[in-house]
Design a binder for this molecule. Sequence first.
Ligand code: 5AD
Ligand code: SF4
Length: 440
Amino acid sequence: MTAPKKLHVKTYGCQMNVYDSERMAEAMAAQGYVATDTPDDADLILLNTCHIREKAAEKVYSELGRLKPLKARNPDLRIGVAGCVAQAEGAEIAARQPAVDLIVGPQSYHRLPDLVARANRGERAIDTDMPDEDKFEHLPQLRTPAARPTAFLTVQEGCDKFCAFCVVPYTRGAEASRPVRRLLDEARALADRGVREVTLLGQNVNAYHGEGPDGRTWSLADLVWAMADIDGLERIRFTTSHPNDMTDDLIAAHGECPELMPYLHLPVQSGSDRVLKAMNRKHTAARYVDIVDRLRAARPDLALSGDFIVGFPGETDADFEDTLRLVERVGYAQAYSFKYSARPGTPAAERAGVPAAVAAERLHRLQSLLTAQQRAAQEAMVGGIVDVLLEKPGRLPGQMVGKSQHLHAVHVADAAGWGGRIVRARVTAAAPNSLAAELV
Ligand code: 5AD
Ligand code: SF4
């Protein structure tokens, strides 16, 4: 018998890529490929790439340069590029890097086994179509027990919002929601495998409008309530949301659905109405703050996270001050902030950016403020009680690591044997990015 072929997947970018990488690994497992953690002994290497900012996209080319010599050692090695860079720059990758054997866009993963077979025959296989069919319908169902008690579940893909800076509407295509029945089946299968917490994923997840089993179109709130009824699923989260789709039923669910965790990633990008307009965000800073207030009225302990871009074309000092003011007003438990990166093909790429040094300085100031807020929020947890879903052993003997309701990373002492369960713990100390706790 010949040894099974080995697959190494390297994932860049967002959680949706993490989910897609798992689905691709399952599809290839059905073809006899076993997963390996290193590229060195792999027969197939897949880079699941991210195109959101220039830096992310450039990583692909440097990684390909590093992987190329492996082909001299193993002539049967096949290298593939998947994800959003494959979608956006497939032809350029093919031209720039002859070591690449296959290129597959995010909407074509169900064709991966066929593409790999072609690559193994020595063909160069490229598929960056955006077919109408649901790729997940054609991917194998999960069978093995879950390695972790948490899982991602893609419920919606693509984006129709066309923010002026963003490549997503081009790389992931138009908004599409998966049907409710499929999602509930998948969530039940996850719960049966030991998953206790599911994060519903979508580029615009709160714009979810899927076909319900009753023939109605279901909202994300409807879906959350149905997921909450599944035996064994104790926690539900969703990401990423757009303020304009934060509907009343979803805000209410944050107050009323005990399984929906009190943490929300709600990007605003800027606190200046002028910049928000230039970004084509279609909401004002005041509207965003009002949504946050209504969410907090529904769920007072809601932890908020956000995304910010500094140095967007035309952003003045006064605009940037508005962003700082919004951050002060909202108070974030956690946030991501980026220097604007001009992406080819997006409307904003045509406009003149702010000087790099100005953008760098603004990023530094914004990050200092966000870090201070995060630290203060972490410190405030000391002495309090948290519910932690324990995921894996920590570095210390007996220690287990997991997430609180508010998505803090928590190291719980003397908790061996509690893996996969939700425990109550008292917070004993706060570090910048995690909490220490003991069982109560
Ligand atoms: N430049 C910088 N940041 C960007 N983002 C998206 N596009 C760009 C860009 N061109 C950020 C936004 C988004 C997050 C996923 O990435 O803040 O919410
Ligand atoms: Fe990109 Fe805007 Fe769509 Fe988010 S809402 S994916 S930032 S276009």
